[in-house]
Design a protein around this ligand. Structure first.
Ligand code: ARG
Length: 269
């Protein structure tokens, strides 16, 4: 956990809030270290969340601020546990190492739980289910997911670097000799390449796909899905935060807070 220097006023305010929260939830463990330094009035425990803010409706910029489902869930967790949350935007392919090395306390980034990632980080329970889908131009000859994997297929597929879309297509398309994978640091750049006709499709998570298709003329999502996945919060292996963060998440799921945050950003079809 990082400590940030804070103004006395802000610290006092947050401390009393923390005390109130601790009181009503009966929390006794994990007293923020700032309680001890309250006399000095200078520090406040901060949770650094790593994300890649190119992924609406989970994390994206609105008036220079990172908003979205993940941004709101982490703030609710911070409030419950008495931490101030600072969201740090970075390239997606840096997120897991930022958490594993302790540069960030946790990550929320529409981040899929995978066996490979579990080698380097811990995950909380899942808070959302998602699918990998295919975005094409409206007049694309690709009409189903199977077209990508058909014998003799030779498409250029765009993905965000180090995402599960990258990992799957590297195996299923590139290694299988069924086409080329173009990797982009930011999801937005993959979409721009598709719009510009540089690639044949983009493989990305379903809700961001809907947001991008709504915001860009001439694109559509294929009806068939590629892979189903679960999103969760990543923390350093054996982090002392995993248990409290997971408990807070479970409570926010149980009391309907998580669903109401999701409903705010995703209208049910
Ligand atoms: N769910 C996919 C994964 O975990 C993609 C996540 C991309 N997230 C982002 N914020 N750009 O690999």
């Amino acid at each position: 956990m990082k400590k940030y220097l804070k103004g006395i006023l802000a610290t006092t305010m947050v401390l009393s809030m923390t005390a109130a929260l601790a009181g009503c939830s009966g929390t006794t463990s994990e007293t923020p270290a700032s309680d001890e330094t309250a006399e000095g009035g200078e520090t406040k425990d901060t949770l650094i969340m790593a994300t890649s803010a190119d992924f609406p409706p989970y994390e994206y910029y609105e008036n220079q601020e990172i908003v979205g489902i993940d941004a709101e869930i982490v703030k609710a967790i911070g409030e419950k546990l008495g931490y101030e949350v600072v969201i740090e935007d970075m390239n997606f392919d840096s997120i897991i190492s930022a958490v594993a090395s302790g540069k960030a306390d946790l990550a929320m980034a529409g981040l899929t739980v995978s066996e490979e990632r579990l080698q380097s980080v811990d995950f909380t329970d899942s808070y959302a289910t998602s699918q990998q889908v295919i975005i094409v131009k409206e007049d694309s000859p690709i009409t189903t997911v199977d077209d990508l994997f058909a014998e003799g297929a030779n498409h250029t597929v765009g993905v965000q670097t180090a995402t599960t879309g990258d990992i799957y297509t590297t195996d299923d398309i590139e290694a299988a000799g069924l086409g080329t994978v173009e990797r982009y640091t930011k999801a937005t750049d993959a979409i721009a390449a598709l719009t510009a006709g540089k690639i044949d499709c983009v493989i990305i998570d379903s809700e961001p796909a809907k947001s991008y298709v709504a915001a860009n003329e001439g694109l559509k999502i294929l009806d068939t899905e590629y892979v189903t996945e679960e999103y969760a919060i990543a923390l350093a292996k054996d982090s002392e935060l995993t248990e409290p963060v997971n408990t807070a998440l479970q409570e926010l799921i149980a009391d309907g807070t998580v669903q109401s945050i999701i409903d705010k950003y995703i209208t049910a079809e």
